[in-house]
Design a protein around this ligand. Structure first.
Ligand SMILES: [Zn+2]
Length: 147
């Protein structure tokens, strides 16, 4: 995976959130790529914690600037677990909870290669093609376009 974010102090690739592991500055990183991915099901958080993670992440992206799309990995509850986070995220979006930051959103299962939603997104945001190729049609993710 190519580095997405660079420390403005030491120049190392660093995670989007938190301090730089190399020089420990709290300066936000420079985004090298305008698409980022967040996994909010990692570590099996509660639904509330998963939503908090997404809220904090979107807030941090505002400080960093330059990020135009977020791929949210929330799982889809194939075994009856994990589907709760997916439902909660999508309800929050449908209730405009993130509307101040998110201009459009697409559910993974609606973004299958060849679907009209996929073509419409790729036409406007050609650089999303590489990011979506492996995940297109995956019900465990939701694409957010930031505006
Ligand atoms: Zn650094």
């Amino acid at each position: 995976m190519p580095a997405n974010n660079e420390c403005p102090v030491c120049g190392n690739a660093r995670p989007l959130l938190g301090i730089c592991p190399f020089c420990e500055t709290s300066e936000p990183p420079t985004a090298l790529n305008d698409v980022t991915t967040i996994n909010i099901e990692r570590g099996k958080p509660t639904i509330d914690d998963a939503l908090d993670r997404l809220t904090q992440y979107l807030r941090a992206l505002e400080d960093i600037g330059g990020i135009k799309a977020v791929i949210v990995i929330h799982g889809y509850g194939s075994s009856g677990k994990g589907g709760g986070i997916r439902t909660a995220v999508r309800q929050a979006l449908d209730h405009a909870f993130y509307a101040d930051r998110v201009s459009e959103y697409y559910f993974g299962e609606d973004l299958g290669v060849g679907s009209s939603a996929y073509h419409s997104v790729i036409k406007r945001r050609p650089n999303l093609k590489d990011h979506l190729r492996l995940k297109a049609g995956n019900p465990g993710m939701t694409l957010l376009l930031l505006g």
